[in-house]
Design a protein. Sequence first.
Length: 87
Amino acid sequence: METEPQEDINQERVVSLTKREIEVLRHVLEGKSSREVAATLFCSKRTVDFHLARIYEKLQVSNRVQAMRRAALLGLVEVTAARSSES
């Protein structure tokens, strides 16, 4: 009996982020620091870091770059949306 690789199983797993987590992720995608995101969202840096930790856990990643790549791959955020706001 052949088993599927763990990576394939992880990619098929449904990832669900809250509205706030997606909001935090979008600001991070724009290149903002946790402190900048906190100021934008009128919350503490600790709250932003909490949301990031939950995002990393749900996406099974360990840093911002990996989180952005995985979220884009899963269609949770649109990479082009962040780029257009820089113009």
